[in-house]
Design a protein around this ligand. Structure first.
Ligand code: ADP
Ligand code: MG
Length: 378
């Protein structure tokens, strides 16, 4: 049984960033309006996730850590209408199986909270504690009992970078949730949760991109696409800044990427890719919802319809805007009320280079590496 549990856990929890993704998605499913994530040692030493969501009922705790237990669906039919980010009930049992986990939680109906400790899937302790409404997970010593898995992890800095990617996507897809990410004591992401996507983009990517955004807003039947894209002047050498979310879930999909790039064709040099933060809302029956939540793939029923909708949404947004680059970003002051506090928007540098037109791939990679280092240095 112990071996089976560890194998199962490996499918959900590949690295620290997978733990962070699962826990923060749970927080959002629990209705949190603020989620704070702190990691140390790239997340292998410790991951701490605190939310102000519903909390766990004391009676549910033992059940929640069992395999395939979820409060989000009751029967197979519910799969067609599930709105939550999770529903397979795999995360908590998996994370608990390969770490030393501590949980502190309280619902608003209870006067006193609960502290629950579980190591390698085995419950150690449960006691009453005073604590605020909501939930805190502390995951210590990830993979302490699966040394082979641990060996496959990259350096703490690289793993922290993956966690950062996850946090950025979560912040982009949840502008109405205040998201905080702290690595080794340094605040990396801090969004206000004021619901403005442009503020999140400013906080994460900086002024350079925030000053060149176009709004996307399209409804085609039961399909809707909204969000922000950057004008073609913001271009980069790979697809890393093509962000799109399907019903709140970050996905990667060749069809959608192709639709985006086709819409930009003619505005952008070859082998350059745009910045997008697109929210697609599509009824569940139009794609396969039963894909693995830890994977980013998705299958659409009517690919052509999706392609056209994305293509036209972007094309229209681009056509409706003056695409000539400003000679200097400073001439166009940003609306900056309530801009989330973030540390130096390090990604900015990348785009200034393209503006000058002299970036090659090596330069870009160098800058990226340098920025990552700077960002993650203690
Ligand atoms: P799933 O998210 O697929 O339901 P999980 O294993 O991630 O499965 O979580 C199991 C259950 O634990 C959830 O269905 C939910 O009821 C509860 N839960 C998990 N995280 C939280 C949280 N942060 N706040 C409140 N309840 C939570
Ligand atoms: Mg979950």
């Amino acid at each position: 049984q112990d071996t089976i549990n560890k194998i199962a856990a490996g499918e959900v929890v590949e690295r620290p960033s997978s733990v962070v993704k699962e826990l923060v998605e749970n927080s959002i499913d629990a209705g949190a309006t603020a989620v704070s994530v702190t990691i140390a040692g790239g997340g292998t030493t410790q991951i701490r996730v605190t939310d102000n969501g519903t909390g766990f009922d004391r009676d549910d705790l033992d059940i929640a850590f069992q395999k395939n237990t979820t409060s989000k669906i009751r029967c197979a039919e519910d799969l067609m209408s599930v709105q939550s980010l999770g529903f397979r009930g795999e995360a908590l049992s998996s994370i608990a199986a390969v770490s030393k986990l501590e949980l502190i939680t309280k619902t608003k109906n209870e006067l006193i909270g609960t502290r629950y400790i579980i190591h390698g899937g085995v419950k150690q302790e449960e006691q009453e504690v005073g604590c605020p409404d909501g939930t805190t997970f502390v995951v210590n010593d990830l993979f302490y009992n699966t040394p082979v898995r641990r060996k496959f992890l990259k350096s703490a800095m690289t793993e922290a970078g993956y966690v950062n990617d996850v946090m950025e996507r979560i912040a982009l897809s949840n502008p109405n949730v205040s998201i905080k990410f702290t690595n080794n004591g340094k605040l990396i992401i801090n969004t206000s949760g004021n619901g403005k996507l442009s503020d999140v983009v400013y906080g994460i990517y900086g002024r350079e991109i925030a000053a060149e955004l176009c709004e996307v807003n399209k409804t085609a039947g039961e399909l809707s696409i909204h969000g922000l894209i950057a004008k073609p002047v913001i271009a980069r050498g790979n697809r890393n800044f093509e962000n799109y979310f399907l019903n709140g879930r970050y996905i990667k999909n060749p069809l959608i990427s192709k639709a985006i790039e086709e819409a930009y064709r003619g505005y952008m040099m070859q082998n350059k890719y745009p910045f997008t933060a697109l929210m697609l809302h599509i009824p569940n029956e139009m794609f396969d919802v039963n894909v693995h939540p830890a994977k980013l793939e998705v299958r659409f029923v009517e690919e052509n319809k999706i392609f056209k909708a994305v293509y036209h949404a972007i094309k229209n947004a681009l056509l409706g805007n003056d695409l000539v680059a400003e000679s200097s970003a400073d001439e166009k002051p940003l609306e900056r009320e309530n801009v989330p506090v973030s540390n130096t928007p390090i990604k900015k540098g990348l785009f200034e280079i393209f503006r000058g037109g002299k970036a090659d791939k090596a330069v870009e990679e160098n800058i990226k590496e340098e920025n990552n280092l700077r960002k993650l240095q203690n």
